[in-house]
Design a protein around this ligand. Structure first.
Ligand SMILES: NC(=O)c1ccc[n+]([C@@H]2O[C@H](COP(=O)([O-])OP(=O)(O)OC[C@H]3O[C@@H](n4cnc5c(N)ncnc54)[C@H](O)[C@@H]3O)[C@@H](O)[C@H]2O)c1
Ligand SMILES: O=C(O)[C@H](O)CO
Length: 389
């Protein structure tokens, strides 16, 4: 038995599924109950569970687990889950850098994640950080609340105009492209992006929007695919980071690369903290007061590197980029359906970017796992797309 307090749903269910955290909404619980699961939700007040805590939750019999990005899912947990009879794990996140997928493969455990449902929500927070940093919203708010405002002044909190400037995206996948579109449509910014792959989708969008602006007698927006991250850093007025975190992106932004950026640039990170060398960033912010950052993620979460929290040119929020009600409930549902689907022997959905059919409460979810990242290695079957007659 787990040493932690748990809330149990459908006590008589044939599969035992543990969620290491309470998650928003009820749809995810219903999805598991409908699949014949006994659901145990850990209600411990401890924010970040250790490997030992989770071992105790897994216990001697467990079919599947829904875990969080704050947890270290590696050999110890996957071998324990396997020993307890488990086959399925899902992160309640799209990023799965906290998961050792090779260890899961070794034990034949499916690893789910939750793409698609958080794309726009995360991009919107990156846009909010961009505006907050560019227009010094948080500094000005602090000033106002401190009772320091004693009248309009020509030089008070002067920031950057975005219109007509260049926004740089590093990692133009789902979220990076959605963010780029927002900055293009909302602020008429030109785009420069760097990704390992070409984003035809983004390029076509900017071209079409540029043509529309031209037809209205306005200056068209433009796009450029950079051949290196450095090219983006040199040319852009705003740079937003949206890559996965892996060996190629760890400390992608370091002292040397920061020094290539414009002195008054805005840097935004809503991907993963270690993409930036945060110590180097603190130094850069100190010596370049007009350089501003908007950060949702940090190198040593939940901590910030010394000095960051005192800098007025940094806007910092606690990893809330995906925190809209619809998205968080959707992430919980997708994570649950990944586990429930695997336990019921369902195939894997044919397109993990198209997850809306799983989120409609008024019709039954497709009989598939929405997104399993190691499906190929495990030889899981892929559900054929439903053809429209
Ligand atoms: N802050 C948050 O709350 C939050 C929310 C959602 C996602 N995220 C993070 O954002 C990441 C991206 O999510 P997504 O759904 O857009 O994923 P995605 O897979 O659609 O996009 C990631 C992109 O990064 C690119 N990439 C990989 N290595 C690169 C490199 N070395 N240089 C440049 N580009 C590289 C990939 O080619 C891909 O296009 C997630 O992995 C996660 O870590 C954070
Ligand atoms: O990777 C993710 O999904 C985020 O960091 C949390 O939404």
């Amino acid at each position: 038995m787990a040493a932690y307090s748990v809330q149990v749903f459908n006590a008589g269910g044939k599969f035992r599924v543990v969620s290491t955290k309470p998650m928003p909404g009820n749809q995810w619980i219903q999805a598991l109950v409908n699949a014949g699961c006994r659901v145990e939700v850990c209600t411990s007040q401890k924010t970040i569970l250790s490997v030992e805590d989770i071992l105790s939750l897994i216990g001697s019999r467990c079919d599947g687990v829904i875990g969080q990005l704050t947890e270290e899912w590696g050999e110890t947990l996957f071998s324990a889950l396997k020993k307890a009879g488990g086959h399925a794990f899902s992160n309640m996140a799209v990023g799965y850098n906290n998961v050792d997928v090779e260890a899961a493969n070794k034990h034949g455990i499916a690893v789910g994640n939750t793409p698609g449902v958080l794309t726009e929500t995360t991009a919107e927070l990156a846009a909010a950080l961009t505006l907050s940093a560019a227009r010094r919203v948080v500094e000005a708010d602090d000033f106002m609340r401190a009772g320091k405002y004693d009248g309009w002044l020509p030089n008070l909190f002067v920031g950057n105009l975005l219109k007509g400037q260049t926004v740089g995206i590093i990692g133009a996948g789902r979220i990076g492209s959605a963010y780029a579109r927002m900055m293009v449509e909302g602020f008429k910014m030109n785009v420069i992006y760097y990704d390992l792959y070409q984003s035809k989708f983004l390029e076509n969008f900017v071209t079409a929007y540029g043509n529309f602006l031209k037809s209205q007698g306005e200056t068209p927006v433009t796009w450029k695919r950079a051949s290196s991250a450095e090219e983006v850093l040199r040319e852009a007025d705003v740079v937003s980071l949206h890559p996965v975190l892996d060996k190629t992106t760890y400390h992608l932004i370091n002292k040397e690369r920061l020094s290539m950026m414009k002195k008054e640039a805005v840097l935004v990170n809503a991907s993963r903290g270690p993409v930036i060398d945060e110590v180097a960033l603190v130094e850069h912010l100190k010596v370049n007061p007009m350089f501003r950052v908007g950060l949702d993620v940090f190198e040593d979460e939940p901590y910030m590197k010394p000095g960051l929290g005192e800098l007025p040119n940094a806007v910092v929020v606690p990893h809330i980029a995906s925190a809209s009600k619809w998205t968080r409930e959707g992430m919980a549902t997708l994570a649950a359906l990944n586990v429930a689907g695997k336990l019921q022997g369902f195939p894997v959905w044919h397109n993990s970017n198209m997850v809306l059919p799983f989120l409609d409460e008024n019709s039954p979810a497709p009989k598939a796992c929405p997104s399993i990242v190691n499906a190929k290695v495990l030889g899981l079957q892929v559900a054929a797309p439903v053809s429209k007659m």
